[in-house]
Write a protein that binds this ligand. Structure first.
Ligand SMILES: Nc1ncnc2c1ncn2[C@@H]1O[C@H](COP(=O)(O)OP(=O)(O)OP(=O)(O)O)[C@@H](O)[C@H]1O
Ligand SMILES: [Mg+2]
Length: 299
């Protein structure tokens, strides 16, 4: 990952945009269509064996999602000369929400509007049977027109399988209770994480902060966050109670959302079902010690 290939497939690699825990995003150029693109480059481990098949499968699932609030996947491939798997996406000119939140909370109406858009994006994905698995501010891009684009569907799952040592993936501050205790996640897990994002956008602080991974997990599992109005007194009254992550002892899978009407339900493709119904690598056990993780960001 140190050296950036100058070309992947037909795409020119121009400059680095940013680096995450498991990938790097670069600004690129598609000479065939004559347009700028964002290219996500993965390490060579994903170009081999079962990981390769999983990369291609996951990308196909994500590539079927299409919505203005979801970053569009244009293309994918593996540059064989450097064993670099890559995803080619629409280039979003704007800022990731985590950078904006570094400056503090965002105004109440703006936070609500952005989170509502992400909720729509998740709804679209969930109806296709795809869970995101890593809803967090860094994966919510804010466009120059102040709309949201959700990115990195399924990418944390790829990274966790790459390491093969844990069923935990994503970012600890946004983990839902069932993820911590090793139960399978479903659409409600994404909604829990979005609740954490909303809390953070409204207050500028995380509802489940802690000095260590263990402390964050204990907080998610066993204590209620402060009402958001404690940190931001300008939040209007109906919001002064704790926001959605306020019932951490109840796994999100313990409540059931209303069933969609038969006319609005979309049948799941076999690939989409595969994307969400992966059993945890470890048997569920509430008290099992947390595995060592490469954690890049604790909020
Ligand atoms: N389609 C895109 N257009 C423009 N910038 C993007 C796009 N996708 C990602 N980025 C930016 O690239 C940078 C790196 O993204 P990346 O997903 O690799 O890391 P991350 O989300 O910060 O961390 P993580 O490894 O936990 O996913 C981020 O700053 C992100 O905002
Ligand atoms: Mg990301």
């Amino acid at each position: 990952m140190e050296r950036i290939a100058l070309q992947v497939g037909r795409y020119q690699v121009l400059e680095s945009i940013g680096t995450g825990a498991h990938s790097r995003v670069v600004r690129g150029y598609d000479p065939l269509i004559d347009r700028p693109v964002a290219i996500k480059l993965f390490p060579p481990e994903l170009a081999r064996g079962e990981a390769r098949a999983r990369f291609l499968r996951e990308a196909r699932v994500v590539g079927k999602l299409s919505h203005p609030f979801i970053v569009t996947l244009h293309d994918m491939g593996i540059e064989e000369s450097t064993a670099t798997p890559y995803l080619v996406m629409e280039l979003v000119e704007g800022q990731p929400l985590d950078k904006l939140l570094n400056k503090g909370s965002v105004p109440f109406p703006t936070a609500c509007a952005w989170v509502a858009e992400v909720a729509v994006a998740l709804h679209v994905a969930h109806r296709r049977g795809v869970i995101h698995g890593d809803v967090k501010p860094a994966n919510i891009l804010i466009t120059e027109e102040s709309h949201t684009k959700l990115t990195d569907f399924g990418m944390a799952r790829l990274a966790s399988h790459d390491k093969m040592d844990t069923s935990l993936f994503g970012t600890p501050a946004y983990w839902c209770p069932e993820q911590i205790i090793g139960r399978a996640q479903d659409a409600r897990s994404d909604i829990f994480s979005l609740g954490v994002v909303l809390y953070e956008a409204l207050t500028g602080v995380s509802p489940f902060s802690g000095e260590s991974l263990q402390a964050v997990c204990n907080h998610v599992l066993s204590s209620s966050p402060q009402p958001p109005s404690r940190s931001n007194p300008s939040i209007p009254p109906p919001w002064t109670r704790s926001s959605p992550p306020a019932s951490p002892r109840i796994p999100t899978s313990a409540w059931t959302p209303p069933k969609p009407s038969p006319s609005s339900s979309t049948p799941r493709s076999p690939q989409a079902s595969a994307a969400i119904h992966r059993p945890p690598v470890h048997p569920p056990h509430p008290r099992r010690p947390l595995p060592a993780l490469r954690v890049t960001r604790l909020r």
